[in-house]
Design a protein. Structure first.
Lengths: 189, 272
């Protein structure tokens, strides 16, 4: 684990939040914007330490709420809950399998907006809800599911490119080399 | 199993969240603007990136097309001059009559053009951000519109950008008047989460006779929006609460899904 990976994840969260607000193409086409923060949280919870998970929850939630009409800080708790649950169970999860990543991404992307809406309603807010919200929820879930293996692949490649590579062991050992032929001595001339 | 480090991290995050929730509204708004200001460098980059295709198109536009466009604009300008002369006569007559009746004189709108820079990333709000802030004279609750019709109102103001809550958001309610002989008055309230073009006109009286195609304008009541700004047209209507009220669907005049530039009225006139 290194600081570079943490910074990379936080930078990705920063850009993801900005991209969701600045490029609403998916919203125009499908009627809903896909949120990448739960996806990043899945990756962080499976591959990094608890500090990165907490940082992503706090900073990602704050950035998202800053560009949204959400009350500030309301996205922190759902992200934190998702991150901690996955983090505590990560030894039991086959994190290398794309199918497992897909399912986790779907679950995280489904739970996060539902929890935020629940918190909003609990706090007396009046979000824009209706039958169309079910479609939006499905789009967010499916979008998050598809994006998760892509995000894993992206970070794995970044890790390969920027991180230290494990030293590869080869079967050849110079100390066990069998030297054939006569030994040459300096006296042989 | 939870270790001490996990408890510490979980506690810290929960503490931060609770601390933010418990702050006063004013402090939270400032904190929100501060948190949003970290995106300022990206706003600049985005603006430059958006201008690039336009600049490239300008560079390759033929001279003949430019001359034609200039000619068309001159013609349009002259027509607008004539309309303005006519409007000035009407306005002076209006002022005279208002003075005779002892009504307050209407000042012309002071408008400022703003670019739409961001949309709400959350699917359950209908807001956007514009590149005008308090340093441009923008303040909360100023009306925002396009030449087609009303868009919404300013809901939060930073130094260089502001948040606009759009029509159809639950936090943007507008007193509206149907342009029919009875001048029925209702409240524009939230639409569906998917359709940006339709909103609900609620609390019309039970015997209101609104017909499809009738224009809906701001009534001027409520103290935020000036009177007479087009909102949209009636699509259909139905009675609710056992005939106590009538509700109607209104198709908005302004295309809220494709907004790139909007106008802010800096001096919304008070209505008599």
């Amino acid at each position: 684990m290194n600081i570079l990976q943490t910074l990379l994840i936080l930078a990705a969260a920063f850009l993801a939040v900005f991209g969701e607000a600045a490029f609403p193409l998916l919203h125009h086409w499908l009627g809903a914007q896909v949120d990448l923060l739960p996806v990043l949280m899945v990756y962080a919870a499976l591959n990094t330490d608890i500090v990165t998970v907490s940082s992503l929850a706090v900073l990602g939630g704050l950035w998202f709420d800053a560009l949204s009409a959400n009350p500030l800080g309301i996205s922190i708790l759902p992200l934190c809950a998702i991150g901690f649950v996955i983090y505590l169970q990560r030894e039991l999860i086959l994190r290398e399998l794309p199918f497992a990543q897909f399912v986790l991404g779907a679950m995280a992307s489904a739970v996060a907006p539902a929890m935020v809406v629940l918190l909003l309603l609990t706090g007396g807010q009046e979000p824009l809800l209706g039958w169309g919200s079910i479609w939006q929820w499905l789009v967010m879930t499916a979008g998050g599911a598809v994006a998760t293996p892509v995000v894993f692949e992206f970070f794995n490649r970044c890790q390969q490119a920027l991180g230290y590579q494990p030293r590869t062991e080869i079967s050849f050992r110079p100390d066990r080399e069998i030297r054939r032929g006569r030994k040459q001595h300096h006296a042989d001339f | 199993m939870l270790k001490k480090k996990h408890y510490l991290a979980l506690g810290t995050v929960a503490l931060v969240a609770l601390l933010i929730f418990s702050l006063p509204q004013r402090t939270t708004s400032r904190l929100k603007l501060a948190a949003g200001s970290v995106f300022l460098p990206l706003f600049g980059l985005l603006n430059t990136a958006q201008q690039l295709p336009g600049n490239a198109a300008d560079a390759v536009m033929p001279h003949r097309a430019l001359l034609k466009e200039i000619g068309d604009l001159r013609n349009e300008n002259q027509q607008l001059h004539f309309q303005m002369m006519q409007a000035a006569t009407t306005a002076s007559e209006n002022d005279r009559l208002r003075a005779l009746l002892g009504w307050q004189r209407q000042a012309p709108w002071q408008l400022k053009l703003a670019n739409v820079i961001l949309r709400d990333p959350a699917n359950w709000w209908r807001t956007l951000q514009i590149d005008l802030g308090s340093r441009d004279g923008v303040r909360e609750n100023l009306p925002v519109l396009t030449p087609d019709g009303l868009v919404g109102r300013i809901s939060a103001v930073g130094l260089t950008r502001s948040q606009v809550v759009l029509l159809g958001d639950p936090n943007c309610r507008v007193s509206a008047l149907v342009a029919n002989p009875a001048h029925d008055i209702g409240i524009i309230s939230a639409g569906g989460p998917l359709d940006y073009t339709l909103v609900e006109l609620t609390y019309l009286s039970g015997n209101a006779e609104v017909k499809p195609g009738e224009d809906v304008l701001t009534s001027g009541q409520g103290g935020i929006f000036p009177q007479g700004i087009p909102i949209g047209q009636i699509v259909d209507s139905r009675t609710v609460e056992f005939g106590l009220y009538t509700e109607a669907r209104v198709k908005l005049s302004a295309d809220l899904g494709a907004l790139e530039q909007v106008w802010v009225i800096l001096n919304p006139p008070s209505n008599p």
